[in-house]
Design a protein around this ligand. Structure first.
Ligand code: NDP
Length: 484
């Protein structure tokens, strides 16, 4: 009889956990996975996938306006959120089914309940069962955090947006990171009056400065009231502050489906209009406040400390290059480790874990030069050193172009594109690439291959341009605009 019930017990059924479970099972390992909400995790259920579908939905007013400029008699009507939402959730149900099937056909035992570590080899399920495993993989992901502000629980977090009963007529978004900027653009595109407060000088801290400025300008041009050096200082229910029927932005009834979804707001009052004081002392009334103020690893009440697993400052599981925690039989991957909170990174960590533990090939995870895209309008694709990081490092040349793409130019709209390469002046290796453009996410995936491969500027330029495209500019920038 086997010493343990399973060779691997995975806690968390998101992108990382599911990939690890089924690829480990493919090696012949006996694998179980526990998930207490829905299979698919943040990416599929309340993150990348529904967000991207909302990005598509929000882009149609622009497309129709453009169609008109191209000679079509095109007009856009009203957006029916309820019709869209029903279809969105049907799609998420379908995708959850795909994940379930993948696990079932791989022979992974699924426990649809909460799991907690008991010790280095035991997992206690909320059903009362205890399962033993040679290896335990924690892939519980992360969750949005609200700032420590009184009444912050009245505000929404990104999870709630997909569950809104009605689209608000206006919203205040707090934050200037990926989620804040993406949802500012999405909601603006869907017709919501968006105000965004960012506490610093410029949104998207840490990214290329020129790209940040360009995206901020474009967001403002689109009608987003983006205010920098601004934050929320107090909030309360509007009705308590005598603002209940103020500027008529309010709506009746509950805006958030407060079902048994542990990921959504738990406060019924989150549906009511809010009174907000900003850091300059001005008072406002908003239908909703969205806190896009960062995410934290989901490690609370998991029994990790009791099992001897070391946690870092943000509560993340501290792991080595092989995703192994301080307890040799316990591994962790994905957002719970607070390395790079991106789905494809979690998937790579899952594959490297399986290779290391179940295929006997020690495989560290490579977190260098990871491309990513921010789905603002326009999109922003980025990899490697920013111009500022290049100058700090020294010995770089900046190649950069900005132009209005043919499609936009013909339509007569604004819509400048920016492409930038940060190049090592000696070795000529391209150290960074930054693209602000329609479909920049698609472009950076391909340009990212060249940057990851360590190609030089001359090797970029040796590739013939594909004409007429926007991306051809990536291989035709002849002289540097700045050196440092
Ligand atoms: P980010 O860390 O990117 O942004 C958080 C924002 O909130 C920052 O602008 C931060 O300001 C601000 N903030 C933090 N605390 C406060 C506060 N108390 N008051 C006011 N503002 C505050 O987090 P996100 O939640 O946007 O995204 C989390 C991660 O998820 C990303 O880092 C990314 O890895 C991933 N993600 C990736 C996406 C993609 O690939 N397209 C899409 C969405 C998420 P400051 O800059 O001053 O710290």
């Amino acid at each position: 009889m086997a010493e343990f019930d399973y060779d691997l017990f995975v806690i968390g059924g998101g992108s990382g956990g599911v990939r690890a479970a089924r690829t480990a099972a493919a090696t012949g390992a006996r694998v179980a996975l526990a998930e207490d909400y829905r299979l698919g995790g943040t990416c599929v259920i309340r993150g990348c996938v529904p967000k991207k579908i909302m990005v598509f939905a929000s882009g149609y007013p622009d497309l129709v306006a453009e169609a008109d400029a191209y000679g079509w008699d095109a007009q856009i009507g009203d957006f029916d959120w309820k019709r869209f939402r029903a279809k969105l959730h049907a799609e998420l149900d379908r995708l959850e089914g795909v994940y379930r099937n993948l696990l079932n056909t791989s022979g992974v035992a699924i426990y649809e309940t909460r799991a907690r570590l008991q010790d280095a080899h035991h997992v206690a399920l909320a059903t009362g069962e205890v399962k033993s495993a040679a290896h335990i993989l924690v892939a519980t992901g992360g969750h949005p955090v609200r700032p420590g502000l009184e009444n912050a629980e009245f505000g929404l977090v990104s999870n709630d947006l997909f569950l809104l009963e009605d689209l608000p007529s206006n919203i205040l978004i707090i934050g200037g990171g990926y989620i804040a900027c993406e949802f500012a653009c999405i909601l603006n595109g869907l017709g919501v009056d968006v105000t965004q407060y960012y506490r610093g000088e410029q949104i998207l801290r840490g990214f290329d400065d020129e790209a940040r400025d360009m995206i901020a300008d474009r967001m403002r041009e689109r009608g987003i009231d983006l205010q920098t050096n601004m934050n929320i200082s107090e909030m309360d229910l509007a009705e308590k502050r005598g603002m209940s029927d103020g500027s008529s932005h309010g709506h009746d009834g509950r805006a958030v489906t407060l079902d048994d979804n542990p990921m959504s707001s738990t406060v019924a009052d989150a549906a009511k209009p809010l009174w907000v004081k900003d850091t300059e002392g001005r008072e406002h009334r908003f239908d909703h406040v969205l806190f896009a103020t960062g995410r934290a690893p989901s490690t609370a009440d998991m029994g990790l400390e009791d099992a001897g697993v070391s946690l870092g400052k943000k509560g993340e599981i501290v792991v080595d290059a092989y995703s192994q925690s301080s307890v040799p039989s316990i591994y962790a991957i994905g957002d719970v480790t607070d390395r790079l909170a991106l789905t494809p990174v979690a998937i790579r960590e899952a594959m490297a874990f399986v290779k290391t533990v179940f295929r006997g090939e020690k495989s560290p995870v490579d977190h260098e030069l990871v491309p990513s895209a921010i789905f603002t309008q326009p999109e922003f694709g980025t990899i490697g050193l920013t111009e500022q990081e290049g100058f700090e490092r020294g010995g770089v040349e900046i190649y950069r172009t900005s132009f209005t793409p043919m499609k936009k130019s013909f339509a007569g709209g604004s819509g400048k594109t920016m492409m930038k390469l940060v190049v090592d002046s000696e070795t000529r290796v391209v150290l960074g690439c930054h693209i602000v453009a329609e479909d920049a996410g698609e472009m950076i995936q391909l340009a990212g291959i060249a940057v990851k491969a360590g190609l030089t500027k001359e090797q970029f330029d040796a590739t013939c341009a594909v004409h007429p495209t926007s991306a051809e500019e990536l291989v035709t920038m002849s002289s540097p605009v700045r050196k440092g």
